[in-house]
Design a protein around this ligand. Structure first.
Ligand SMILES: [Zn+2]
Length: 444
């Protein structure tokens, strides 16, 4: 998927006639000079190009003039894709000491008055913004337009640390309008699971140590206020799930801990997400331990069986005849996953458990998806130790209903009378009943 990164393409490259992969053609530069298009028209065209993911083309248009820069930047940056290596140039703020002191000498970022909105244009501000020494500041200011962030993979700590150094003394946050959604796609989740923290000397104090997160995410939780978070595990064919589980088992709990750190505030790290996050959608779950976000509506989308080929996967709905004898976890594993996601919020000596219950919701969507089942005609329990495909849904729910009241009241701080209130917050839904309002399952 293309991403918004600065390129070195020239004006002619951007405007000369060329046929794109879908057959669009753009006018020559001479035509534009003699009969320029109104900015609004270019803006509308650019919006269509962004919708069709021609981001490099739009990036080139943006650079044609100051007017186009201000007209196109909000469109180009509305949804920002972050990919390792590809986004490195976007996030690189490589300050040698000399360059840093030059900017510092001019008052740094604070010394440049950047306009707040398009209606409040000021020529002097514009000129300042386009001075060579303000190139980095101009790039940084374009992040103001980001409303949605899609993280395909995590940028390296080295790149992110330099970025963090550059912004550390700013009095404003870098993504002030990133209040819609952040998506963590499968590779980014894997990066988070397998991330190795730098040596202990890297941490300034104990609270830094507790808040172990890659530098990019550490920056993000302090510089944005998203309402929705989508987390997507890798979607793969049923025949491959067991191999995938074995490969990704290591670090599962580490991943859960790190995800919970995203909305945790410590003395040195005030995560803005703790207050901003309202909805968390977790996609393509098969065997994974489930993360839980306190004070949020947690939507768990379990994956159905997939057959066919990787290029042409075919979805098999649970409970159907076709879904039997396909490889997947046992039903008891699914109830264990669900119970675990609830137990996590109620450790022993939990404070204000009733408040936690009131503010947190669990929606388990397609919870019988991908479970190993047998046919209702098959009475032979010896050959295949799984359950009838028509009963699996009920068995999972019954198991949760039975096990939780056995366990939670045993924990200090949790009163037995809270169990029913807790069950009011837990819902089981079919996937037709609920759609992810953030990514619509499209970017998975
Ligand atoms: Zn989503």
């Amino acid at each position: 998927m293309p991403i918004a990164i600065p390129t070195t393409s020239t004006l002619n490259d951007a405007l000369s006639i060329k046929t794109t992969k879908k057959g669009y053609s753009l006018p020559s530069s001479s035509k534009i000079q003699s009969n320029p298009l109104p900015i609004d028209v270019i803006r509308r065209i650019s919006q269509h190009l962004v919708n069709d993911e021609y981001l490099n083309t739009v990036s080139n248009i943006q650079r044609c003039s100051k007017e186009l820069y201000f007209a196109i930047t909000p469109i180009l940056y509305k949804t920002l894709h972050i990919q390792q290596f590809k986004s490195d140039s976007l996030l690189s703020f490589p300050l040698g000491l000399e360059q840093y002191s030059r900017i510092e000498g001019k008052g740094g970022l604070k010394g440049v008055n950047i306009k707040d909105n398009e209606d409040n244009q000021d020529d002097q501000n514009d000129d300042d913004l386009f001075k060579e020494e303000n190139t980095l500041i101009r790039r940084l200011k374009s992040f103001e337009y980001v409303q949605n962030l899609i993280i395909h993979s995590l940028p390296s700590d080295e790149i992110s640390e330099n970025f963090n150094k550059y912004i550390k003394d700013l009095s404003f946050i870098i993504f002030p309008n990133l209040n819609s959604s952040v998506e963590l796609l499968p590779q980014a989740l894997d990066d988070l699971r397998t991330w190795v923290p730098p040596t202990y000397t890297y941490y300034h104090n104990q609270s830094d140590l507790q808040l172990q997160l890659p530098a990019f995410l550490k920056m993000l939780i302090k510089n944005s206020k998203p309402e929705k978070l989508c987390i997507a595990f890798k979607s793969l064919l049923s025949e491959n799930w067991e191999k995938h589980r074995d490969l990704t088992l290591q670090g599962q709990y580490q991943l859960i801990k790190r995800l919970s750190n995203l909305h945790l505030s410590s003395t040195s790290h005030q995560s803005l997400w703790g207050k901003s996050l309202k909805f968390v959608n977790i996609h393509n779950i098969v065997h994974q331990i489930l993360p839980i976000f306190q004070n949020c509506e947690n939507n768990y989308f379990f994956q159905s069986h997939l057959i066919g080929t990787s290029a042409n996967p075919i979805l098999v709905k649970p409970g159907t005849k076709k879904s039997v004898y396909l490889p997947g976890p046992e039903y008891s594993y699914r109830s264990w996953q669900i119970i675990k996601s609830i137990q996590q919020l109620f450790p022993s000596n939990v404070k204000n458990p009733l408040q936690v219950i009131e503010n947190t919701k669990w929606n388990f969507i397609n919870s019988n998806g991908h479970i190993a089942t047998k046919s209702s005609d098959d009475d032979d329990d010896d050959g295949y130790c799984s359950v009838n495909h028509k009963q699996v849904s009920r068995l999972i729910k019954d198991s949760v209903k039975f096990d939780l009241p056995q366990d939670l009241p045993m924990r200090q701080g949790f009163d037995r009378s809270m169990i029913n209130r807790l069950f009011d917050q837990i819902h089981y839904l079919d996937d037709e009943e609920v759609e992810c309002k953030s990514c619509h399952g499209m970017s998975i």
